[in-house]
Design a protein around this ligand. Sequence first.
Ligand code: SF4
Length: 397
Amino acid sequence: MAKDYIDNPAALKIDLMLRGLRIDDPLVKAWACGVDGIDIMLPHNTLVNIPCREEFTKGSPYTIRKKDGGYVIGGHSSEVAVSLVPKPKFYERKTSTGIPFAKIASVHGGVTSITPSPRCDFFNANVECKYCAGNLDVKGMDKTVYSVDDVVETVAAVLADGIRGIIYLSTGFSDEPDGGIVFLKPYLQAIKNKFHCLVAVETLPPKENRWIDETYALGADSVLYNLEIYDKELFELICPGRAASIGRKRYMSALEYAARIFPSGTVASHLIVGLEPPGSTIMGVDCLVNMGVVPILPIYRPGHGKALRIDPLTAEIILPVYKHLYKAVKKSNISLNWVKDLSMVTTPAEMRAIVDKTASNGSLIEGFYKSKIGRKAAWGLSSLMRKLRVKKSEEDE
Ligand code: SF4
C-alpha cells in the first residue's frame, strides 16, 4: 500500500495533486461540480487544487468528509482538518454584454487566469502539445475573442470581490513574430491603466528580443514562457508545434534575455512533472535557475485519452525533484515574492517545510501581497525598474 502524507502539508499537497481525491460526500461533490479540480486549504495555509474527476483519482487513498462542522481529508489511517475554498462571488454574475464572468476568468488562490481568445493555431495544423487540456479550444473552431471592455469588467469584478494576487493574461500560438504580445497589448494596457494590480503575461517566446522589451515597457509585471519539457527529444515529441515553430533554443534565449530585463523572480517557466524523467526535470530546474528564471513545476494530470504520464510516478519519486527546486532557488537568491499563493502548482517556498527542518510552523507561503507594505514594495520596485528600462531603451535609440 503506497503511504500517505497526511502529517506533512507540503508533501500532502504534492501527493494530492498527483493522486487526487475521492469525493463521496454529496455536498462536496456539488461544490466541486464543474470546476477544474477542487481548491482546498490544508494546514499551514497550504493551498491546493486537487483533481477529483479524472479516472486516475478513483485509486486515490484520500477521501474528504464532514466532521465537527468542518471537513477532514483522510488517508490510510489518519486525517487532517481542511477547509473548502469559497468560490468567488463574481462567478455567478455576467458582463454587461451578457457573458458569464466565469467564462472569462478563473481564480485559483492568488492567480486569476484570463485567456481573451481560446484559439491556438497549433490545433489547426495538428501539431498541438500532446498534453494540452487547458481552457483553449481543442478543435480550433472557437473564434470567440472577448472584447477589452469585457475583460476590463471582469477584472473589476475580480477586484471588487476582494481577490488579490496576480492577473495572468495568456494566449495560444499564432504565427506572429511577437509571440502573442501584440494581441494581448490592448488588454494589458487597459488593465494597467484602470487598476492598481499586478499582471503577468503568458505567451510563447517572441522571435525577436525587442518584443520582450515591449512586453516590459507595456507594463507587464511578470512574464512566463513555458518550456514545459526540458528533455530535447521529449520536447520535440510531445510539443511538435512548439519545437518546429519556436524551438527549444529560442525558449532558452528568450528566457535568458527576459530575466535580464524583468526584476528578479518575475520571469518564470513551467516544467511539467510527469512528462519526463525526474532527473531530466532536475536538469531543467538547474538550467532555468542559472539563467535567473523561476521554475514552476505543475504535475501532469492525465485526462481522457491523454495518459502521457511517466510510470511509475509517486510522491516518493517526485519529492526529491521539489526538494531540489527549493535548494536551487534558495541558493540562487532569486526573489520568490512572485511565485506564491498558487493552488495549481507547488512553489519553491512551500518546500521549505520539507527541506529546512528548522522552518517555522507558520504560514508556508508568506502573505507578502496581503500585507500593505508588501504590495507597496513590489509595486514600487517593478514600476521603478520598468521606468529605468524604458528610459534606457529610449536613450539607446
Ligand atoms: S501552445 Fe500547446 S499547450 Fe498552449 S494552447 Fe497551444 S497546444 Fe495547448
